[in-house]
Write a protein that binds this ligand. Structure first.
Ligand code: ZN
Length: 509
């Protein structure tokens, strides 16, 4: 079986996820579900990045043991992802023994390869960034991101010889343009590489909440990237399941925020090259979701809680809004007004009404049963709309262009509404043209069957409801649907009974 291994960034558990974080996980989930639909054995990895100063501080402020705090937060994160119907297969905590082992192994391999040396680090460190800040990047002596003065640090650290890998990485990215997507991120990475690289400090001294540097008992902990990035191979079984690792690695795609794309495209490949591990196939940097133009941040008070939105509007509504409204590779906007209006126009009106009125007419004119027409082929105009949506679907989904894939599907939905208006089954009934009604109902229900499969990666729960109302559960369970099923016209058997229920999408008033 062909495999697909997809990962997301791991999150600091010092606060709960916001809608911006959810955008990343939902985007990755859409891809994972789509690949399962395409018949891939899919492994979808997510998790929490626990070794951070702010995580330790937060635990201390609550009077909790750091590990205990992290475990509690992991449960809370998982509950949020579950509520958003994010179908991860593996949730990693970087305090797991398997991960500690993997990080130390990667450190030792790089060390054996002569890529790790001890040196003095003198400079600035922003605790909120969890990152060293260069003097030249400070704005009036403050971290440009957090507007706070960084801490002055002078200590003996372990360094990774990143500069050594600059030429190889530059060549690799130039020769493999699909390694970094979208293009704007690739150009950014290439520019950084062309400027040249400095070696990287990869340990902190006197840092208790971290992974100990192997073979050093002076209290050095491995610092952020040589810990966090390694989660991707830990999750694939690097240190505890060789057979699984051989099957899953290299990752097919790392989905991450545009702000950390460069670390994934420079530091991570260098670490893997040094340790003799294959590089991932792709790094995709998604955009940010802003709240009325502002980045979602606790300090700015612009955070939107995705669990709260899902509780009020349903997970599918949030998923659909984020994916339909915002191109995954670019920045987008979130607002409740936009979410409600998108829901009403696309889901309640266009799709919901189409389904509901079709099922109502099937009950009224055909005793609730589908009749397979003698001439099964759809009308020519409908055929053209179907072809356009189906043909565009796979290339767009494969390229993370979910918004455009949905736009094509909604063109089809909109045409189907026009098709019903033009065919006017209510007039046909007066004229007793019941064969023609049967044909129109069949065309629309078959199209809805195909649509339910195509939208299932984005709105899984609603897609299942649509599928069930069409009566298709009696033919084959939706979970067994595969991409081939969208290309096969005529799957609804003669006499199939529809199961009209309450409208799948109730209008928000
Ligand atoms: Zn900062």
């Amino acid at each position: 079986m062909k495999k697909f291994f997809i990962t997301t960034a791991i999150d600091y558990p010092n606060s709960l996820p916001h809608v911006g974080t959810a955008f990343e996980k939902i985007g990755a989930d859409v891809m994972a579900r789509y690949k399962r639909l395409c018949g891939y054995e899919t492994c979808f990895l997510m998790g929490n990045d626990e070794h951070a100063v702010n995580v330790e501080k937060k635990a201390l402020s609550l009077g909790l043991d750091t590990q205990e705090y992290c475990n509690k937060m992991a449960e809370k994160f998982k509950a949020v992802w579950k509520q958003l119907n994010v179908s991860y297969d593996r949730f990693i905590q970087t305090s797991e023994p398997a991960h500690i082992k993997a990080s130390q192994e990667m450190f030792l391999r790089a060390q054996k390869n002569g890529d790790i040396y001890k040196g003095k680090y003198k400079g600035w460190y922003c605790n909120s960034c969890e990152s060293y800040v260069k003097e030249k990047d400070l704005v009036e002596g403050k971290c440009p991101v957090h507007n706070m003065p960084p801490a002055a640090i002078e200590e003996e650290n372990y360094f990774f010889a990143l500069s050594k890998y600059r030429d190889r990485i530059l060549k690799f990215i130039e020769e493999n343009p699909s390694f970094v997507e979208p293009e704007i991120r690739r150009n950014e990475v290439l520019n950084i590489l062309k400027e040249g690289l400095e070696d990287l400090s990869i340990s902190r001294s006197n840092f208790k909440w971290g992974i100990p540097v192997p073979g050093d008992d002076s209290g050095h902990a491995i610092y952020v990237w040589f810990d966090a990035l390694i989660n991707y191979i830990t999750g694939a079984g690097f240190s505890d399941d060789a057979e699984k690792f051989a099957r899953l690695w290299p990752a097919d795609v790392h989905v991450i925020g545009k702000d950390i794309t460069r670390f994934h495209c420079i530091i991570w490949p260098a670490m893997l090259m040094s340790a003799g591990v294959a590089l991932p196939k792709k790094v995709f940097g998604h955009g940010f979701v802003y709240n009325k133009g502002a980045k979602m941040s606790k300090t700015l008070g612009t955070v939107v809680d995705p669990a709260g939105v899902a509780e009020k509007y349903g997970a599918d509504t949030l998923r659909f809004f984020l994916v339909r409204e915002n191109p995954f590779g670019q920045d987008g906007e979130f607002s409740i007004e936009k979410l409600e209006s998108r829901y009403n126009s696309d889901l309640a009106n266009d799709l919901g009404n189409l389904l509901h009125r079709t099922l109502t007419m099937t009950e009224k004119y055909q005793q609730g049963r589908m009749a397979r027409p003698a001439d099964i082929a759809p009308d020519a105009e409908l055929q053209a709309k179907l072809d356009a949506a189906i043909k565009a679907y796979e290339p767009l989904m494969d390229a993370f262009e979910f918004r455009d894939a949905l736009a094509k599907i909604w063109e089809l939905i909109s045409y189907l509404n026009t098709y019903i208006e033009k065919s006017a089954p209510w007039t046909l009934a007066k004229e007793k043209k019941f064969d023609r009604i049967a044909k129109v109902m069949y065309d629309v229900c078959e199209s809805l069957r195909i649509i339910s499969i195509m939208i299932s990666p984005v709105v899984p729960a609603s897609a299942e409801k649509i599928y069930a109302q069409l009566g298709l559960d009696a033919v084959k369970p939706m979970k067994d649907m595969r991409i081939e099923d969208i290309k096969q016209w005529g799957a609804i058997p003669d006499g199939l009974e529809v199961k009209k229920g309450a409208p799948v999408f109730q209008r928000i008033v």
